[in-house]
Design a protein around this ligand. Structure first.
Ligand SMILES: O=C(O)c1cc(C(=O)O)c2c(n1)C(=O)C(=O)c1cc(C(=O)O)[nH]c1-2
Ligand SMILES: [Ca+2]
Length: 553
């Protein structure tokens, strides 16, 4: 690449309307493009401009206990005509946005014996003249953005002990931050910041406190050492207060009865001082997680009517409106369930603490049923926020329940540390629909519309200034445009594979474009597998693996 526009901190904090420089475009996680040429009136005229296969996968061993196909979950980033994307098998590819021509490709070599439980990658971070990505063998890699050549590469944890990376790094405050996966292996989760030039560690903050640290009193004995708390979705960031908000996943092993206590900071949002890594605020969605409800998606940040807010659709089936005070501390405003949920009796109206229904809580040697299942009201796929409307759009799955029966389990490094089986059963109402997109008005915290799909919904959302939202996510490989105000489907096109990656919007030659990647698998595929098993059906969704670009003619 001859001319590459360096990605400055200023550009990351305030990207040009025509570019998409970080995975949700802006640090607040809104997934919103201000471009407004594509409108409800003209979106039906959207046509493919070009498409490019991301190429064959490197060989990866399948996870025999719970097989899954690799899935594209990375958005393509757009920087002044250069597009960069990461593939599920840890390749990074740069394309010319004008014609889809491949500019360079980097293939990270994965060690023999690696068995990815979640074979995916959620994208790269751009900073300066480098591209950063985090690998399934727990390394952080820096590439030269002009050539794709490796600049440095460092192991942040030991993959043989069950640590791995699936998230896109966060480039903020002159650092590259990344959180670690491995909640199903009894890891001790962390977020680590590295120096972009040298790769050296700047700070490392564990999500599970050790004895003596605040929150350690919420863990019995040595349980903190293997307590889980993975962080596998990129944090949102408030540049003004220099706080990054990260979501912390499930506690390990799964059944809460094996580790009595609140188990901070599992199933929480934590706010880290980007300078030091210090935990400056936290909000726990449910104490003593026992449902594998990773709360890893960070809250979406917005300023509305002069208030700094954070809205979180939790995997536990409740939506939370939180306030961020002048120091960036989180406090509960209100919350309600957005799908049917019978694990809680409600939320404490003052604190937002979940009031757990003890009857449905998994116990030792006794099967307990709960709704929604472990995959929750929503899983990984991002919501998006339209600041003009004050609406937030969230992909959900409902009408499915789970069950667990707790059993004692011995920790062994690098071996699944679950303490329960995993069940998922669609309910009678699932015959009508499982997946849906919901729109909520953040002012009133009321649902404005809901558009249902018979299929599960595993598609991250894109919001645009023209009042059109885009997503895939269903097992029929359709890519759709919806009216942001009503939820009406305005346009749809079947692509070469199911879509689990976030669509983006960018400008080229004065024209608004939409780009998205196909690539179906990981937990959306597993979830479909459980439905097929319950109903005796066989759903085949093409795998895809192609980058598509669309524009009006
Ligand atoms: O505990 C963990 O470390 C961990 C990691 C991941 C991941 O890194 O993708 C997922 C999950 N858990 C998980 O529970 C889950 O439902 C899930 C879905 C997906 C996906 O890509 O669709 N990843 C993950
Ligand atoms: Ca998990």
């Amino acid at each position: 690449i001859e001319s590459y526009s360096p990605v400055t901190p200023e550009r990351l904090a305030s990207p040009e309307p025509g570019n998409w420089l970080s995975i949700r475009r802006t640090y607040d996680g809104q997934g919103h493009s201000p471009l407004n040429q594509i409108t409800p009136e003209n979106v039906a005229g959207l046509k493919e401009v070009w498409s490019a296969p991301t190429g064959p996968y490197q060989q990866m061993t399948a996870f025999a206990a719970l097989p899954a196909d690799p899935a594209h979950e990375a958005p393509v980033l757009m920087n002044d005509g250069v597009m960069v994307v990461a593939t599920p098998d840890n390749q990074v590819v740069a394309y010319n946005a004008a014609d889809g021509k491949e500019l360079w490709r980097y293939a990270h070599s994965l060690p023999a014996g690696l068995i990815p439980v979640h074979p995916t990658n959620r994208g790269v971070a751009l900073l300066g003249d480098k591209v950063f990505f985090a690998t399934l063998d727990a390394r952080l890699v820096a590439l030269d953005a002009k050539t794709g050549e490796k600049v440095w590469d460092r192991a942040l944890a030991d993959w043989q002990q069950g640590y791995y990376f699936t998230m896109a790094p966060l480039a903020a405050d002159g650092k590259i931050m990344v959180g670690v996966s491995g909640g199903e292996f009894g890891i001790r989760g962390f977020v680590e910041a590295s120096d972009p030039e040298t790769g050296e560690s700047v700070w490392k903050t564990y999500t599970i406190p050790e004895p003596g640290q605040p929150g350690s009193e919420t863990w019995p004995g040595d349980a903190w050492k293997t307590g889980g708390g993975p962080v596998w979705i990129t944090g949102t960031y408030d540049p003004e207060r220099n706080i990054a908000y990260w979501g912390v996943g499930n506690a390990a092993p799964w059944p809460g009865v094996l580790r009595p206590g609140d188990n901070l900071y599992t199933a929480s949002t934590i706010g880290l001082d980007a300078e030091t890594g210090e935990i400056v605020t936290h909000f726990q969605y449910h104490p003593n997680d026992t449902w594998d409800w990773d709360e890893t998606v960070p809250p979406t940040l917005m300023e509305l009517d002069g208030e700094n807010l954070a809205v979180k659709f939790a995997r536990n089936g409740y939506v939370y409106k939180l306030r961020r005070d002048d120091a960036g501390s989180l406090s509960f405003v209100e919350g309600t369930n957005y799908v049917f949920q019978n694990a809680f009796d409600g939320l404490d109206p003052e604190t937002g603490r979940a009031i757990v229904n003890e009857e449905n809580r998994p116990k030792l040697g006794e099967r307990a049923e709960f709704c929604p299942s472990a995959w929750g009201g929503r899983d990984y796929p991002y919501d998006a926020y339209n600041p003009d409307l004050g609406y937030i759009f969230v992909p959900v799955n409902e009408n499915h329940c789970g069950a667990m029966e707790a059993a004692e389990v011995e920790y062994e490094p690098g071996v699944l540390f679950l303490g329960s089986g995993l069940e998922m059963t669609p309910t009678e109402a699932a015959k009508d629909h499982i997946g849906a997109v919901q729109a909520w008005d953040v002012r009133t915290m009321e649902k404005v519309w809901q558009t249902n799909f018979k299929s599960p919904m595993w598609g991250p959302m894109l919001s645009t200034g023209g009042g059109v939202i885009f997503s895939g996510g269903t097992n029929d490989a359709e890519f759709r445009a919806f009216d942001a105000k009503t939820g009406e489907i305005l346009w749809n096109k079947r692509l070469d594979g199911g879509i689990m990656s976030p669509p983006i919007s960018f400008e080229m030659d004065g024209k608004q474009h939409i780009a998205v990647l196909t690539g179906w698998g990981v937990d959306g595929g597993r979830f479909q597998g459980f439905i097929d098993a319950a109903w005796g059906t066989e759903t085949v969704t093409p795998q895809g693996g192609t980058l598509y670009v669309f524009a009006l003619e």
